[in-house]
Every structure is written in structure tokens, then in C-alpha cells.
Ligand binder design. Structure first.
Ligand code: NAP
Length: 511
């Protein structure tokens, strides 16, 4: 008997939706009010658990976008006038409210994103930690004092370099971490005194709306946080083109990132885009550790992670024992209903995503790859899959997989692994397994990635270390303090002391 799916939220969230049909119909958050789209149009939110409609959200129009940005622009002043210590208090209250409504967030993540229960709990915990760490880091955005007497022309001057808010920050987020990726943008933006318009992914936008409600309850000024739902093309273009926007921070695919980059002109931009992470297994690696970690890297959240390992380069001499260990480890991975914590893998975000992964797997097999395990899907559920001897011409060798596929390529030596990794247009996140420090150092230095992990699969948890990509994987870095830096602009204030006779003059050196 299939379990029923339904969204049940506590009364805190009553204002966010109405129940006109059988399912809740969520509104937009604009200028502190919950409102329908000006076109009255809605979009269905399906759960990948069984493809049933669990909610509807407002489909915003360019007019709604304009209202949200104008509201955010008007709220800049009130936001700047709140003392930093009080902004921190608001965020602290928000953290406690999320904590008190953890089940609402976890259950919504499981339902709308199909995220396995334990991972959904992990995402909420990481989000809470991220808020806490960002609040601590906020204390480091003081700026600096630069004495001028290190240069002839500024001998009688000094400068104060201060960080200022960027104004209205547009935060566009992907489907795979629908809570964490919103928090990683919104919290540093608010801490540093900016206001935001959030545009969550259309597959799973509800947790972002819940977060909007939490921030409202915590006391954020009207208009400082706006949440707009609707199709990326229409809503996104209107958002990023708007004259009042000071910065766009977008996490999503490289294709959307490049499209946005072409539109934004002189606005500040932060892009966290796609990846094609490599897992490199050296002949001297701890093979059981490598097999376990490689599978984690490939299969966690069914591979729907920008930092997923999506190519495994293993030195030929250890390929056979490595594959045997991998096969044993694979038995620990099971695919099923994400609400049931006995499964550690759930569905992909929608059936279309599963069809795309199916296409990549079939293409690889047609071109000569050997299918060792899995390889099929039912609706959104894709089996954990292992492909060996994947040729470089297969599309899965170069395109982002975003599915639970372990793609094995046997290499003669580590130089070949480095070369193949670096031929990718992406440069986000890779890892190397070796027990030799010098090998680890050599490979890490040679890879053109934003992050290289040694003896571990890429994992970023609360984002304590800086994170971001090179090449087609993005621009800028996210991270506890780094995000605040990215989200402020620097102003230099120069003081001339000469009129008061306080400046230094250069002494003629005694010979
Ligand atoms: P996506 O399709 O690129 O969508 C990302 C966001 O952009 C969504 O909110 C989407 O809205 C919006 N969007 C679409 N068209 C737009 C436009 N013309 N203007 C402005 N916004 C637009 O990505 P996704 O499928 O949700 O997420 C998966 C991708 O994100 C993968 O490529 C993954 O690697 C990447 N990602 C990167 C990182 C990182 O840190 N580097 C982290 C997580 C994910 P709609 O949903 O309405 O289309």
C-alpha cells in the first residue's frame, strides 16, 4: 500500500498559503506581505516520491519582480540603520525559530526535493550551523587602517578602508540544497546590511518561502527579505536586469550562469555553477577507504551535487582490486522512499532528470563502456550504477551527470589522470586517494580545481572552508567569512593631515 504524501505545516506558516483546492497554494513574500501573483497564475509542485502534486506556488510576473525589488530598495535605509548587534539578534531569533520548527523544514525538504530523511535533517542542521558561524564571522567586517607613510605621495595621509552593503542582492538558488543554499546567501547579505530578493528553484521552492516567514517572525524589516517564485527564464531575467539591483549571487547550472552573466552588465556577480569532479585513485592508495569514499562522493543524494565525484580515474595496476572493493561497498547502498530512513538513496528531482541520466548511461554503453551494475530507472528513481572503461568520447565523460553513476576510467599513471581531469571545462572540486604526501601535493597543485580533497570525497558541510569554482564552474568564493567579503564593497576614505601640520615629512638620509 503506497504511503500518502501531503504537506502538513505548523500554524506559524498559515499566512504563507491558502487552501483553495486540495493542496496548499503558496504566495509570494513582497514588502512584508504574503500576496498572490499579479497574474493569479500558479505552478504545481510535484513530489519526486510519487510524482503527485503536493502544493502550488505563485507564478510571479515581471510586475511582481519589480514590486519586490522596489520594496528591497526602499528597505535599504531601514536595514542600514539597524545596529549590527540588532541585526545579529534578528538572525539569532530566526535560528531559534527554525530549530523550533525543524520538523516542518525536514518534512518539506523530503517531500518537495525527495531528499532522504537523514540528508534532509543534515541540511537543516548545516543551515543552523551556517547561520551561527556567519553571525560570529560578522564581527570581522570592520575594515582596516592604512598608514600613508610607506609611500612618498601619501606621506601626510592615512586611509580607512570600510566595507559597505551592496544594496539589493538578488539570490538565485538551485534545487539540490533548497534551504542551505538560500541561507548561505541571505544570511551574509543581511548581516552586512543589504536587502534581498530570493528566487528559489521551481522544483522545490517551498522551504525558501518558509524561511521568509521565519525571518519575518524574527523581526526583519518589511521589504528587507522578499521571496519570488516562478519560472527562471521569465522571473530570472526580470530580476537580474533590474536597475536597482546591486549584486546577483546565483548557484545553478553553467548554462544559466552564463546566460545571466551576459545580461547583468556592470552589476557585481557571484556564480557557483556546475562541476565534473574527479576522484583519482593512485596505486599506493588505501583502497578500501578509496572505494568507500568514492561511492559516497558519487551516490550521496543520488549524485545530485555540484561537488559529486562524476569521473573516477584509477591507476590500471590497482583497477581490479579497487573494483572488487567497490562492488562490496555498493551493497550498502539502497534505493527507495526517502521518508524511510532504511534507504540511503532516494529519487532524482523529477522523471525528466532520470531520463537524462538514462540517456548518458545508454550513450556510454553504446560507445563501449561496460555496465557493471544498475543502469535503469523507474520514474524518478535511478539505480546506483557503475560503468567501467568509459571512453573519453562518451558524453558522460564530459557532461555533468547529476545522477548516481560511478564512471570508471582506467589510466596508465597519475599524469594521465591529471591531464584528463584538467581537460574538463569545469574546475570545481576533485579528490585524490594516495598514501604518499608528495603525490598528494603534486596532484593537488596540478589540478585546475577550486578545491582538492586528499583521502576524502569532496564534502562541504556548513561551508567552513572557502568554496567555489574555476573555469566554467563559477566566479568568486562562498564560505563563512568569504561570503561577507563578496557581499560588501570597499570604500577607501583618505585623510589628509598636512593642513593641521600633523603629517610626516621624509627625513634626508644621513650619509
Ligand atoms: P538551474 O536549472 O541552472 O537553476 C538554478 C536557478 O536558476 C533556479 O532558481 C532557476 O529557476 C534559475 N534560473 C533559470 N533560468 C534563469 C534565468 N534565465 N535567469 C535567472 N535565473 C534563472 O540549476 P538546477 O537544476 O536548479 O541545479 C543544479 C545545478 O546547480 C547543477 O549544475 C549544479 O552543479 C549546480 N550547483 C552548483 C553549486 C556550486 O556551489 N557550484 C551548488 C549547487 C548546485 P527555475 O528553477 O525556475 O528554472
Amino acid at each position: 500500500m503506497p504511503k500518502p504524501t501531503g504537506l502538513h505545516l505548523s500554524s506559524l506558516f498559515d499566512d504563507c498559503y491558502s487552501v483553495r483546492t486540495k493542496v496548499p497554494q503558496f504566495k509570494l513574500l513582497i514588502d512584508g506581505k504574503w500576496t498572490d501573483s499579479s497574474s493569479r497564475r500558479t505552478m504545481d509542485i510535484d513530489t519526486p516520491i510519487n510524482d503527485s502534486v503536493v502544493a502550488r506556488v505563485a507564478s510571479a510576473t515581471p510586475k511582481d519582480v519589480d514590486m519586490a525589488i522596489v520594496a528591497a530598495n526602499n528597505a535599504r535605509r531601514s536595514m542600514r540603520e539597524i545596529p549590527a548587534i540588532d541585526r545579529i539578534d534578528i538572525l539569532n531569533r530566526a535560528r531559534h525559530i527554525i530549530e523550533a520548527h525543524k520538523d516542518d523544514f525536514v518534512n518539506t525538504l523530503v517531500l518537495e526535493a525527495g531528499k532522504p530523511l537523514n540528508m534532509a535533517k543534515g541540511e537543516v542542521n548545516a543551515s543552523l550551523n551556517r547561520i551561527k558561524m556567519t553571525m560570529q564571522e560578522a564581527k570581522s567586517i570592520f575594515g582596516e587602517y592604512i598608514p600613508g607613510d610607506w609611500s612618498e605621495d601619501t606621506m601626510a595621509k592615512f586611509a580607512l578602508v570600510i566595507h559597505e552593503p551592496l544594496g539589493v542582492i538578488v539570490c538565485i538558488t538551485p534545487f539540490n540544497y533548497p534551504l542551505f543554499s538560500v541561507i548561505a546567501k541571505v544570511v551574509p547579505a543581511l548581516v552586512s546590511g543589504s536587502t534581498v530578493v530570493v528566487k528559489p528553484a521551481s522544483d522545490d521552492p517551498i522551504v525558501a518561502l518558509l524561511l521568509g516567514r521565519v525571518l519575518q517572525e524574527a523581526g526583519i524589516p518589511h521589504g528587507a527579505v522578499n521571496v519570488i517564485t516562478g519560472p527562471g527564464g521569465k522571473v530570472g531575467d526580470a530580476l537580474v536586469n533590474h536597475e536597482y539591483v546591486g549584486m546577483i549571487t546565483l548557484t545553478g547550472s553553467t548554462e544559466v550562469g552564463k546566460h545571466v552573466a551576459n545580461l547583468v552588465g556592470m552589476k557585481k556577480m557571484h556564480l557557483e555553477l556546475g562541476g565534473k569532479g574527479a576522484g583519482i585513485v593512485a596505486s599506493d592508495a588505501d583502497l578500501p577507504l578509496a572505494a568507500k569514499k568514492v561511492l559516497e562522493g558519487c551516490l550521496k543524494y543520488s549524485g545530485q551535487r555540484c561537488d559529486a565525484i562524476s569521473r573516477v580515474f584509477v591507476e590500471e595496476s590497482v583497477a581490479e582490486p579497487f573494483l572488487q572493493l567497490l562492488a562490496k561497498e555498493l551493497d550498502k547502498w539502497s534505493l527507495g522512499d526517502p521518508r524511510d530512513s532504511s534507504y540511503n538513496m532516494g529519487p532524482l528531482i523529477n522523471p525528466k532528470a532520470a531520463e537524462r541520466v538514462q540517456f548518458l548511461v545508454d550513450d556510454a554503453v553504446t560507445r563501449g563502456a561496460v555496465l557493471i551494475r544498475g543502469g535503469k530507472h523507474t520514474k524518478s528513481y535511478f539505480e546506483p550504477t557503475v560503468l567501467d572503461a568509459v571512453p573519453t568520447g562518451a558524453r558522460i565523460a564530459t557532461e555533468e551527470t547529476f545522477g548516481p553513476v560511478v564512471t570508471i576510467v582506467r589510466v596508465k599513471n597519475l599524469n594521465e589522470a591529471i591531464e584528463l581531469t584538467n581537460t574538463s571545462r569545469y574546475g570545481l572540486d576533485s579528490c585524490v586517494f594516495t598514501n604518499n604526501f608528495y603525490t598528494a601535493w603534486r596532484v593537488a597543485k596540478a589540478l585546475e580545481e577550486g578545491t582538492v580533497s586528499i583521502n576524502d570525497a569532496p564534502a562541504h558541510g556548513t561551508g567552513y572552508f572557502p568554496f567555489g569554482g574555476n573555469k566554467d564552474s563559477g566566479l568568486g568564493r562562498e564560505g563563512v567569512g568569504y561570503s561577507i567579503d563578496e557581499m560588501t564593497r570597499i570604500k577607501t576614505i583618505q585623510f589628509n593631515l598636512a593642513p593641521a601640520g600633523l603629517g610626516k615629512t621624509r627625513q634626508t638620509p644621513k650619509m
